[in-house]
Write a new protein. Structure first.
Length: 183
């Protein structure tokens, strides 16, 4: 696996302390939100500012070094883009976000014919599966829609109360989107 410095250089980006700190944080804690990236980046480079982290995230997104995942009613989460084609599953109760493989294997995974019919050139499809993780599913009473701690589809879930890659271990997660911010 390439080092953060090699990833930055390959992407044509200057190697800076904040960029390396953000990439290291995301490599160690995929699906982290911006606050988690800030906290973990500051463990490596104490002088990294809040704006600095957002600028770095924007630059890394634009260079397609990282991906932004933002499930409905959730904060944006970030992960290093390893060039694999995967999707995500989100727990409605604890907001655990995990990678799941793509059934088709090749992007864009879904039939892009409807988008092609209206003139779009499709290169990616994002799929998010919603349900209960094994831990929450084993403690749910009845059907997930009938459980008071599991919001029905369309309701805003409570913010995560955890701080790890899996909430039952301890931390929430993040996403990919192209932004135009520069670092």
């Amino acid at each position: 696996m390439p080092t953060p410095s090699e990833v930055l250089t390959t992407a044509g980006l200057r190697v800076t302390g904040p960029r390396v700190a953000v990439l290291e944080a995301l490599l160690e804690h995929p699906h982290a939100d911006a606050a988690q990236v800030l906290r973990r980046s500051r463990e490596r480079a104490a002088s990294v500012s809040v704006q600095g982290v957002y600028d770095v995230l924007g630059t890394l997104l634009e260079a397609r070094v990282i991906r932004r995942i933002q499930p409905a009613h959730s904060v944006a989460r970030f992960e290093v883009d390893h060039g694999d084609n995967h999707h995500h599953a989100v727990c409605r109760r604890c907001e655990t976000l995990v990678d799941v493989g793509c059934l088709i294997g090749a992007a864009p995974c879904l039939d892009p014919a409807p988008a092609h019919a209206v003139g779009f050139s499709v290169d990616q499809a994002e799929v998010i599966y919603w349900g209960l993780c094994p831990t929450c599913g084993s403690t749910a009473e009845g059907h997930p829609q009938n459980s008071p701690s599991v919001p029905p589809v369309g309701d805003t879930p409570e913010p995560p109360q955890h701080d790890s890659h899996h909430p039952h271990d301890t931390q929430p997660t993040m996403t990919h989107d192209d932004t135009k911010e520069k670092a």
